[in-house]
Design a protein around this ligand. Structure first.
Ligand SMILES: Nc1ccn([C@@H]2O[C@H](COP(=O)(O)O)[C@@H](O)[C@H]2O)c(=O)n1
Ligand SMILES: [Zn+2]
Ligand SMILES: [Zn+2]
Length: 566
């Protein structure tokens, strides 16, 4: 037994982890979200050093040792399982092996995120290997997403809802799952607005069959942020549900915005969101469910071996967990994810260094990496602006080995480059226009900024170099949600887009505006609105004016830059 666990067992406290026991209730939940293929642990970050085998072991040991036979545990995931790590992205199709590994966890409720809907192959894989699987056919719920069959028919993507009773306390649960209003699905799926389901026959039938007196807890879990200051989607859902179930306890589990978050909706309803990239396991408990005054407790557990051992009281993996960890290690070998391509001389950060810093990753990209882009479709004598959405970069780039895995971690998307030839006077306004507008899809605004509208005041800054760097979370219950205090990360704002500008002195008035096809609609909108105000007799740009620029992806360019050195 490791020394830290001996301390825990003898003293009931963890000096090393500086944490305290979880407050187990009648009904308990463990929640993951936005894992994005991070099933093989964070090799550079000791506090997130657990892999999926450790997590599978933890969930089963925690259930056995801590929850026991008199209380209940429900395991939930809220989607986004692709795009962000070599384990999912280095296979064809993307997710071929990581889906099998992910599905080893015994989830009671699971659903899909938008990353299961960008490509047809991911949607088909998700539908057949998970939603329809023998193991998850009851647990997989999606109330507002449909799958399009080979014949073009629309069928529910899993069950519309799930009603079940827990084993130990016989708590009657009614679970529904909502995807946010995602508009970029491939043709094999359709997402309807969440609130539109309240008009549908199956929903009305469900309310009739399971009215308030037949339900103890409503669980709404989905790929939708629990704090949504722009669209308020979850709040609209809550308003309707509360009318139909005025007294029932409602517990939300959210995702998509990648933050640790907890929100109080009313005295019988709260929501939990559990971060991203297997950095967090969210814990939630509800006690006194039938008293009319339920008590909610929440905690954000770091996805690490020490945290798992402490909270389960067991430091050894289960046989299933051990086998899974071995499988993950061998898949990583098979996919050459540990293959060293180059050396990163210093770390580059997304938001813990200001964008003007030479340690900021966007600064590195626009000054050193994007200028390496070469078109295979058009001449390159013209001045050019290369614009990327900051959301296309997903993780910090750490000092040390740059491996095949790093490529996918930093920049997973195989976005194509397109371009449009435009007057210089328009091109130079596009980035500012997009940055002054609303959030572009998910920009990589730092976690604090994404919940700041709700909590303008932040938690006391922790400065203790002995602690690991990480989150200091402010939520509706205050500042004690992080299971382990971290040395607070500094956050600087990140714009919607960044650009690399190359102006050539001999050039005419027209320039090439180069961008990811993913943001073409936004680029056209910016050009047309700027054109209307700046140029007389301006004619709108359309998709037809946008041409393929070709050339290597950002992932490739970054890899080559690191391999070649400065
Ligand atoms: N081809 C793509 C696809 C997505 N993005 C970025 O990812 C965001 C969505 O990711 P979530 O994990 O938040 O669902 C999306 O809004 C874009 O920022 C991209 O750049 N290219
Ligand atoms: Zn996500
Ligand atoms: Zn998402």
């Amino acid at each position: 037994i490791p020394t830290f666990l001996q301390n825990v067992l003898q003293n009931g406290i963890s000096k090393e982890l500086n944490t305290r026991e979880l407050e187990i209730g009648e009904l308990n939940f463990l929640h993951t979200t936005d894992t994005h293929g991070w099933l093989g642990s964070h090799i550079n970050q000791a506090n997130y050093d657990a892999d999926w085998g450790d997590f599978v072991s933890f969930a089963s040991s925690f259930k056995r040792q801590k929850v026991g036979k008199s209380r209940d545990l429900i395991l939930i995931d809220t989607g986004d399982k692709h795009d962000g790590n070599g384990l999912s992205d280095a296979t064809v199709p993307n997710g071929r092996i990581s889906t099998e590994i992910f599905n080893e966890q015994d989830y009671d409720l699971l659903t899909l995120g938008n990353h299961e809907l960008y490509t047809a192959e991911n949607t088909i894989l998700e539908y057949y290997s998970t939603a329809l699987s023998q193991k998850f056919k009851d647990a997989y719920v999606s109330s507002n997403v449909e799958f399009v069959t080979d014949d073009g028919d629309l069928v529910p993507f899993g069950s519309k809802y799930r009603y079940f009773e827990t084993h130990n306390q016989n708590i009657r649960i009614l679970a529904l799952s909502f995807m946010f209003n995602f508009q970029r699905t491939n043709p094999r799926a359709r997402v309807s607005p969440a609130t539109s389901i309240f008009q549908q026959d199956w929903f009305k039938q469900m309310v009739k069959q399971y009215p308030q007196d037949k339900v103890d807890v409503i669980v709404i879990f989905g790929h939708m942020p629990i704090t949504d200051p722009e669209a308020h989607e979850i709040n609209h859902v809550h308003t309707t549900l509360r009318k139909l179930y005025p007294e029932t306890v409602i517990q939300y589990f959210g995702g998509h915005s990648h933050i640790r978050d907890f929100a109080v909706f009313d005295e019988r309803a709260t929501g939990l969101q559990s971060g991203r990239f297997s950095e967090t396991v969210g814990f939630l408990s509800i006690d006194k469910i039938k008293s009319g005054a339920p008590e909610f407790k929440r905690r954000y557990i770091d996805f690490g071996k020490h945290s798992f051992a402490y909270h389960s009281g067991v430091s050894r993996q289960t046989k299933k967990g051990q086998d899974l960890s071995l499988k993950i290690a061998s898949v990583r070998q098979e996919l050459n994810l540990n293959e060293v391509i180059g050396h990163v001389p210093t770390s580059y950060y997304m938001y813990s260094k200001p964008i003007t810093s030479k340690h900021n990753i966007y600064n590195l990209l626009v000054t050193k990496v994007l200028p390496r882009l070469k078109s295979d479709q058009t001449d390159e004598t013209k001045s050019r602006f290369i614009i990327i959405n900051t959301g296309s970069i997903r993780y910090d780039l750490y000092k040390g080995n740059f491996t095949k895995d790093t490529e996918f971690i930093v920049s997973p998307f195989p976005n194509d480059w397109n371009f449009v030839e435009v007057p210089l006077s328009l091109a130079e306004g596009v980035a500012d226009y997009l940055n002054e507008g609303p959030v572009l899809y998910t920009s990589m605004a730092p976690p604090g900024a994404r919940s700041r509208k709700r909590h303008p005041e932040s938690c006391p800054f922790i400065h203790d170099p002995k602690l690991s760097k990480g989150y200091t979370t402010r939520d509706d219950f205050g500042c004690d949600g992080d299971d382990v205090p971290h040395n607070t990360e500094l956050y600087f704002t990140v714009p919607n887009v960044v650009q690399s500008v190359e102006l050539k002195p001999t050039d005419g008035v027209n320039v090439h505006l180069v961008f990811y096809s993913f943001i073409q609609k936004d680029i056209l909108k910016a050009l047309n609105e700027l054109g209307e105000t700046r140029l007389s007799g301006f004619e709108h740009f359309t998709d037809r004016d946008c041409k393929r620029y070709g050339g290597a992806s950002t992932k490739e360019l970054l890899k080559e830059y690191i391999r070649d050195g400065e």
